[in-house]
Design a binder for this molecule. Sequence first.
Ligand code: 13P
Ligand code: SF4
Length: 310
Amino acid sequence: MNKNFLRQEIIRLKTEKNAVILAHYYQGEEIQELADFIGDSLELSKKAQQTNADVIVFAGVHFMAETAKILNPNKKVLLPDWEAGCSLADGCDPKDFKLFKENYPDHVVVTYINCSAEIKAMSDLVCTSANAKKIIGSIPEEQKIIFAPDENLGNYLQKETKRDLVLWKGSCVVHEAFSLDKLIEIYNKNPNAKIAAHPESESHILKVAHYIGSTSGIINFIKTDPAAVFIVATEAGILHELSKAVPDKTLIPAPSTEDNTCACSECAFMKMNTLEKLYWCLKNESPEMKISEKLRIEALKPIERMLELS
Ligand code: 13P
Ligand code: SF4
């Protein structure tokens, strides 16, 4: 289908249906350009909570659209590709997590937002990469904590908060794929560069980073830091917004260990959403996110606690 036609139709359908398009920074450029709001997981949850639209099109992955539905039971929440999952969410099965949790009965459960509604419903608090330190810090010192499902983020939080966390061993396939050797090679050629990394990355990458933060944190760091060159260790979609925000700075995507045609890391799940799928999803109002009211209420509690604290 002609891309101009798709763009025009998406804009027309959006007005006709009073829809809003929320897009994560990891979406492809064409989708980011059509979005009403682009943000990180925390910002998008807040937007989903505040919107007056009747329809939310979540250009992101399944757990993000699910979170938007948990916060907006009376709105229609659409996801352009139903198969757009996440290795973190998919790697934490509710039955296994229930058994895991039973081994630590006196622990508070903090889960990263990258998990299913069933896992959220088993949690006391949810967090995103932007507020994880604050959420852990809000829990009394003597309280023992389970953190799931991202082990890398968990290790980073243990270091930062000096708390002993029981970790679920999940990982993000994109952030665990950064190559330290290739990163150092690039850095040696650009010794004045600053390295910015997402905390889903492995500890050897975080060790060499000048800045560690969520996607919006990385954007703010690069906007305000005086350096001229940055090596960016997160999903490559972030470079679209960044290059518009800092056109005079040089942005180098951190290389992945994979020797593929793209030297940088891309999330295959995020990139399942296309302009064409966005058009069909708005036109047909499908695939639509649905969740039972019982599960929604249970999953809402730890999300609301997070939003109150952030
Ligand atoms: P943030 O949006 O919190 O930076 O997380 C990145 C991510 O991997 C989302 O899936
Ligand atoms: Fe999940 Fe990683 Fe993709 Fe984010 S980048 S959606 S954490 S697989």
